[in-house]
Design a protein around this ligand. Structure first.
Ligand code: HPA
Length: 362
């Protein structure tokens, strides 16, 4: 209880400078989330003259304020503490009360994989804006829905559209849906993304099974796990040396063989940058020196959060463009080529994910 109240207060403080009505809403949220008489009394002491009736009247606004605040991809939210267990439970319970599915497998659909959800049987979709506490995606080509359904007969929970730090969200918020998945009952995730190929041998349309990552934002202390650790989810200092499950990577290699696409599939290291600008040539050369094979602006935060709460992770990148490694090149990376390449390969990607889900369910 104490930690809940403390963290909600923290959010109130962070917002105070920006918006007095928001501050009031956060104070009301304190009451609502913590919900005890003792808290109510201390709140009254803090706020002096206001009556309980005033306070009650204003609580009717809480849903609206909460929705506005939680979805603000603005600096105000950067300082906020990660949502606690109770807050994430509200999102998970919203979904559990409305879907008949009880998936153990979660899928984060990166660029080009969103149409996977169209092939689910017994589909049940929930737009992000309807789910309490969920952020909303702001990137063209990234629809925002949580979709439940059967993939090759296996119940799955998909995120169609994900969140990026370049949208203005703190990393914990970009990865918050993974914790929602966890509380829904998911224990293994498939995380997919579009990435630029740094490795010379990679071509547009190739797939890279991720064997490891380099968390560049993490080097600067920007991790989704920054802030008070919630032991309900996992330990303060989680290990990451086996982030990408060895057994699942082996399964994926078997699947790739069965599909006859070995030629265009590699195993490599993914590096995450914040974006949204694509990399300079010098940056790409540095990343190559560091041992990165593909570069993107997502995935790592989700994987860190998934591993923190004990999920098994399988992840891959679709190489949507070759990174430009020469200063005298006339080419330039752009979002359109990324989307086009992703669309061109979506059938293979869907099949890979479908086959992996079937194996992970065994
Ligand atoms: N760089 C960073 N992110 C990306 C790229 C890239 O070249 N391609 C797709 N996502």
């Amino acid at each position: 209880m104490e930690s809940l109240v403390g963290s909600q207060r923290g959010r109130g403080c962070a917002l105070r400078a920006h918006s007095p009505p928001a501050d009031l809403a956060m104070a009301l949220l304190d009451l609502w989330s913590a919900g005890g008489a003792a808290v109510l009394q201390s709140q009254q002491r803090r706020d002096g003259g206001r009556t309980l009736t005033d306070r009650y009247r204003r609580t009717t606004q809480r849903g609206r304020y909460r929705r506005q605040l939680d979805r603000q991809p603005a600096a105000a939210t950067m300082a906020a503490e990660p949502f606690d267990y109770n807050t994430i439970s509200i999102s998970a319970n919203y979904l559990l009360e409305r879907t008949k599915h009880r998936p153990a497998i979660g899928i984060v659909c990166g660029s080009g994989l969103g149409s996977l959800v169209d092939h689910l049987k017994e589909r049940e979709a929930f737009p992000y804006e309807k789910i309490p506490n969920f952020p909303v995606s702001t990137v063209a080509g990234h629809d925002g829905q949580v979709v439940f359904g059967l993939l090759n007969g296996v119940p799955v929970m998909c995120m169609k559209g994900r969140f990026h730090s370049y949208e203005g969200y703190p990393l914990w918020k970009t990865a918050m849906p993974i914790r929602v998945m966890k509380l829904v009952g998911v224990n293994s995730v498939i995380v997919t993304n579009a990435a630029g190929g740094i490795n010379d041998k990679y071509h547009v349309g190739d797939v890279m099974l991720i064997k490891d990552h380099i968390n560049i934002p993490g080097f600067a202390g920007n991790s989704p796990l920054v802030g008070k650790n919630d032991e309900n989810f996992g330990p303060r200092f989680p290990g990451m040396s086996n982030a990408y499950d060895k057994q699942l990577r082996q399964e994926a290699k078997n699947v790739v063989k069965e599909m006859g696409i070995e030629e265009s599939v590699h195993e490599g290291v993914y590096v995450m940058l914040g974006g949204p600008s694509y990399e300079t040539v010098a940056e790409l050369r540095l990343l190559r020196l560091l041992g990165a094979d593909a570069v993107g602006m997502s995935t790592v935060a989700e994987v860190v959060v998934a591993r923190h709460c004990g999920m098994r992770v399988f992840a891959f990148s679709l190489v949507t463009n070759k990174c430009i490694m020469e200063w005298d090149s006339d080419e330039e990376a752009n979002h359109e080529e990324v989307i086009a390449a992703a669309n061109a390969r979506k059938h293979h990607l869907q099949e890979l994910v479908g086959r992996m889900a079937a194996r992970m369910a065994q």
